[in-house]
Every structure is written in structure tokens, then in C-alpha cells.
Design a protein around this ligand. Sequence first.
Ligand SMILES: Nc1nc2c(ncn2[C@@H]2O[C@H](COP(=O)(O)OP(=O)(O)OP(=O)(O)O)[C@@H](O)[C@H]2O)c(=O)[nH]1
Ligand SMILES: [Mg+2]
Length: 398
Amino acid sequence: MEVGVVGKPNVGKSTWFNALTLLDAPMAPYPFTTIKPNRGVAAVRSPCPHVEKGTPCTPGNAKCVDGTRWIPVSLVDVPGLVPGASTGKGLGHQFLDDLRSADGFVQVVDLTGGTDAEGRIVPPGTEDPAREVVWLEAELVAWIAEILGRDFGRAAKGVELEGKKVEDLLGERLTGLSISPAAISAALRNAPVDRARPSLWSDTDRVEMARALLRASKPRLVAANKCDRSQPADVDRLQGEVRPIPVAPTAADAELTLRRAARAGLIEYRPGDAAFRVVDAARLSGAQTKALGDIQAILTRWGGTGVQRSLESMVFDRLGLIVVYPVEDETHWTDGRGRVLPDALLVPAGTPARAAAYRVHTDLGDHFIRAIDGRTHRALAADHALEPNAVIRIVARK
Ligand SMILES: Nc1nc2c(ncn2[C@@H]2O[C@H](COP(=O)(O)OP(=O)(O)OP(=O)(O)O)[C@@H](O)[C@H]2O)c(=O)[nH]1
Ligand SMILES: [Mg+2]
């Protein structure tokens, strides 16, 4: 599972990425600071079941802090896209291929309207961030249309002659793009194209198909960044214009400062919170005290920096993922070595028990007999849809 961070140059993509991963991807107030993709691991919060059990947990992949699990999520931050990237403008769109494995996109926009389409600084309010959401979609669509191939019609002719389905050809062409067969079928239903005769599709049809594929397979969320220099009304206006894509205000710069200050031991701050505590005011310089004071005002005005929340909204609401905890002992919620709730997995809501078993190990999926619910101790069949925060033991043939 991976989330792609996209948008035009100089809007704060790398800052948003660094704030969530605490990495040091280069950031600067001019376009094309990022020239090759940055990959890193962020985390989303979920209540840990150890609290209801009353036993401390022994986390493996996802640390637990005060009853909250931090579940890892991969991010990829790419160079800025400009209108016309698909025809080679800016850095072109060759790096879009680094987004192939992304399951969804967070588009960072400059809510202040203070950067032009190429990422140059302009007076606030000059640009309309809603416009970049529209053209960025067009660029992503052009990218997918290119992957479908200009020879799609010719290839489809062969498929028709062999009596095969267009789904098969689409699946083949889209390999490695993290698009499920279900999403391909949904896109085919929604695209205004003649499903029976793909060999007759025009270039426009191919682009419409690409648009339907993007919409069916890659959930998006707009991070309205630099909200520290904007008003809540700006968020409402943007939301009104880009519906149904949700908009979340973010102050990435403030979040990055807080996380680095917390790492340096200067403050206590839990990402997502609307406040922090200075550990020792005497250790702060005058400039640091002033900067933190300004940031506290942002937190108070916006209820937090919004960065952690925007990622969680992407993961839980848009990608529809839930957390499940596989264990080997359904009474004590332990693995074979006695570790309590060692693993937390992110899976799509509605994942059947057997599919979750596959996520743990191929053998467990292949030899699946049943799962056992750690709370009710009831047996769950292979097709039973798991609940959020399920604790399950998987019983498999030896
Ligand atoms: N006011 C304000 N400035 C921000 C915020 N986030 C980022 N910036 C500034 O925006 C500028 C660009 O940030 P980057 O993170 O390099 O932007 P980018 O989108 O990765 O840029 P490219 O890699 O060039 O496409 C930097 O000067 C940041 O400090 C924010 O929340 N508020
Ligand atoms: Mg960047």
C-alpha cells in the first residue's frame, strides 16, 4: 500500500512528506526542488485493542503510544507537475511512472493562490487552487491513456477476433499500476465508450477510458496547504469547486517544525494534536520561542496542522482501509512467542477472512480452514468480511 504525493511545483509536497516521515527530502521556495522521487514511511493512528484487553501489547511493525497504534504507510513524493507535462513540459512526466504502485494520490495545492502554474511565487490570490486540481487530473489521465497505448485499437481488434474480453487487454496493459480487476470493470461500466467494440475507440474514447480508470482506481484527496496564510472560507470555496474530491487544510511547514522540535526533545507533541508542551523554556532561543508561539496560534485557529489528519482521511476514508490484528492464540491475543498483538495490518474494509490469511502468509491462505474472532470466539468462514480492529486467529491445515 502506497500513497503518492502529487501537485504542481513549490506547493509544499516535500514539506508535507518530510513532516510525515521525518526524512530530509530537499525543500525550497522555488520550483523543481525535487527532481527525483522520495520514498518514505509515515504512520496512521488507530486505537490499540490492548486497552480493552487490559494487557500491554508487544508491537512489532506498528508502535503503540498511550493506547494508540501507529500503523506504517508508504509515501512517495514526486517532482512537481506542470500543465502540459504529458507532452514534455517542465520535467515532463517520465517520473509519473514512479507513481505506478501508488494506490491513491494526495494532491498538495497552495491554498493561498500564491504560486503560478509553474510554481513561481506570485502575489497571494493570483491563482485559483481549484484549477490545478482540474489540470492535474488531465495530466494523470493523459499518463494512463499513454500507458493504454496509442495502438490500443489495433490490439483490441486482435482481442475481438479471438473472442476475448476487453477486460483482459486492459488488465494486461495496466499491469503493475495497482488497478484491481474490479476497478477495471467499474471503469468500463462508467466510461462513455462502446464496450463491445474497443477496436473502434477513438483517441478521445481512450482518454475517457483512462479518466474512468483513474476515478475508479485511484482515490484522491486535496491537501490545501499553507493554510497558515489563508482563511477557513478559502477551504470552503475550494471544497465547493472540487467536489467530490475531499479537501483537508494543512500547514505542512508548521507540522514539520513541531515534529523536528519534538525529536530534538524541545517540546512534547503528538502529531494530530492541537497543542504541544515546551519541555524547558530556558533551552529555547528567542527566535524558537517566537516561532513556536506563531505555530500555537495556527494550531488553535485550525484545530491542529491537519497534516496527520489529512493522511488518515486518505487512508481510512478514501482508500477505505481498516486495521486487523492476526494472532495465534485467540484467548491471549498472542503469537507463537507470546507477544501480545504483535502485528497490525492495513486491509481494505470488507476483506474476507481468507484474504487476510493470505496477507499473513500464502500457506495460511492456501490451507485456510476458518478464522476465530478473538472477542466472541466464534468461527468465521473464509468469506466472512472482517470488522475494523478485528483480532483474529487463522486456523489452517498443517
Ligand atoms: N506558509 C507555508 N509555507 C509552506 C508550507 N509548506 C511548505 N511551505 C513552503 O513552500 C516552499 C516549497 O516547499 P517544498 O516542500 O519544497 O515544495 P514542493 O511542492 O515539494 O516543490 P517542488 O519539489 O519544487 O515541486 C518552501 O519554501 C516551504 O517552506 C506551509 O504549510 N505554509
Ligand atoms: Mg518537492
